[in-house]
Design a protein around this ligand. Structure first.
Ligand SMILES: Nc1ncnc2c1ncn2[C@@H]1O[C@H](COP(=O)(O)OP(=O)(O)OP(=O)(O)O)[C@@H](O)[C@H]1O
Length: 369
């Protein structure tokens, strides 16, 4: 557990980087510090490993005032990941990851073997171990940064905007990896970002900072979206917070229609009765993979005898995973689908059913109850 008790940082020029901060970071959880530029997130983060000393107040790690800890020893238990990874350019990837164990006197072979394990853990190919940092993409460098921070197996991990220098697709991939790693490792992670979406995705708890280094709200992501403490938090979390909140409700609560899902070996006349009451049917192959939509009108206009697999289909768009996705993903899939309906699949991508607009609407409204 990390506790800030009235922790403040005032600079001689009068800047208040952090005003009296009272906050408890829970062990084994991910706590995100979010807020606009200059609101004191990084300063607060760096108070934890004594890179910044508070001018007032106390920071404790597991009940011990960190002023009573030797900074070097303290930092051994605290991994640190920064934006653009901050790798040593003249060390190979493997030796970058092995930096801390080598400093601690671990034998080279042992440290490198551990580094190779960590590469696998963060999703890097073993062959990359021999490369130099500049031979990696931004996303790969960030993974090396995470592996390096984990090398000494610290219970605490501080991450300062680690994913902000990569493109949105890579960024989502890195966030997924971090969520997976955290399920496995259960570290105490403190993560700084100015991106509320990233905060909501990663955080068990979120601390929203406002200009002047004040803590505006400290809450679970869901409560932050449903009950912003004041106008500042409300505008910071964005006006689409209602839609964002749908990420907390599982898609498995939706009722899926199976009757409009038809095999590609069926003939037009076999499915005309289905198309009576439904504007679209979804065609699937023998393995239940989606092939596309056929409009009821197109079916009615087709000569009998033709199999659905021989007809032209409209792309089925995005699918959503019934077991693991949220209502937000289902809504997104429906909005993006040319048929205005979302295709729900299982973990193997096989179609389970389709959600129509009425069923989706009912589910969306029920979350406001
Ligand atoms: N050495 C310093 N002297 C004076 N002011 C400083 C110093 N270091 C930081 N500050 C100020 O403290 C405030 C908080 O900075 P901090 O880096 O913690 O903000 P932040 O929320 O992490 O911002 P960003 O998202 O831009 O990184 C800023 O106004 C900054 O200019």
């Amino acid at each position: 557990m990390i506790t800030f008790e009235g922790a403040a940082k005032h600079y001689p020029d009068g800047t208040v980087a952090v005003a009296d901060l009272d906050l408890t970071v829970e062990t084994g959880r991910t706590t995100v510090f979010v807020g606009p530029s200059g609101s004191g997130k990084t300063t607060s983060l760096r108070m934890i490993n004594r890179m910044v000393e508070p001018t007032r107040g106390t920071v404790r790690v597991d009940g011990v005032d960190i002023r009573d800890r030797d900074p070097a020893l303290l930092r051994r238990g605290i991994g640190y990941v920064i934006q653009q990874a901050g790798l040593f350019p003249h060390r190979t990837v493997l030796d970058n990851i092995a930096t801390v164990p080598l400093l601690l006197g671990v034998r080279k072979r042992t440290a490198r073997a551990r580094a190779a394990e960590l590469m696998e853990l963060v999703g890097l190919e073993p062959s990359m171990g021999r490369r130099w940092p500049h031979q990696l993409s931004g996303g790969q460098q960030q993974r090396v940064g995470v592996a390096r921070a984990l090398a000494a197996d610290p219970p605490i991990l501080l991450m300062d905007e680690p994913f902000s220098a990569v493109d949105p697709v890579v960024r989502t991939g890195l966030q997924d990896e971090l969520l997976r790693l955290q399920r496995e490792l259960r570290k105490t992670i403190v993560f700084v970002t100015h991106d509320i979406d990233e905060a909501v995705r990663l955080g068990d708890r979120i601390a929203v900072f406002r200009p002047g280094g004040e803590l505006a709200q400290y809450d679970t992501p869901e409560r932050l979206l449903t009950e912003p403490a004041d106008a500042f938090v409300e505008s910071f979390v964005g006006h689409d917070r209602g839609v964002r909140r749908l990420s907390f409700f599982p898609a498995r609560s939706l009722s899926l229609r199976e009757d409009v899902v038809c095999g590609d070996d069926l003939k037009v006349e076999d499915v005309l009765h289905i198309a009576e009451g439904h504007p679209w049917i979804l065609v699937i192959d023998a393995a239940r993979a989606p092939l596309g939509w056929i409009a009821a009108r197109a079916l009615r206009d087709s000569p009998t005898g033709i199999r659905l697999g021989e007809m032209e289909t409209v792309p089925y768009g995005h699918t959503f995973s019934v077991e693991t996705d949220s209502l937000r993903a289902a809504l997104d899939a429906a909005v993006l689908s040319p048929a205005g309906r979302a295709v729900g699949v299982d973990e193997d991508g096989c179609v389970i059913g389709v959600v129509g607009q009425d069923d989706l609407g009912t589910a969306l409204w029920s979350v406001t109850d």
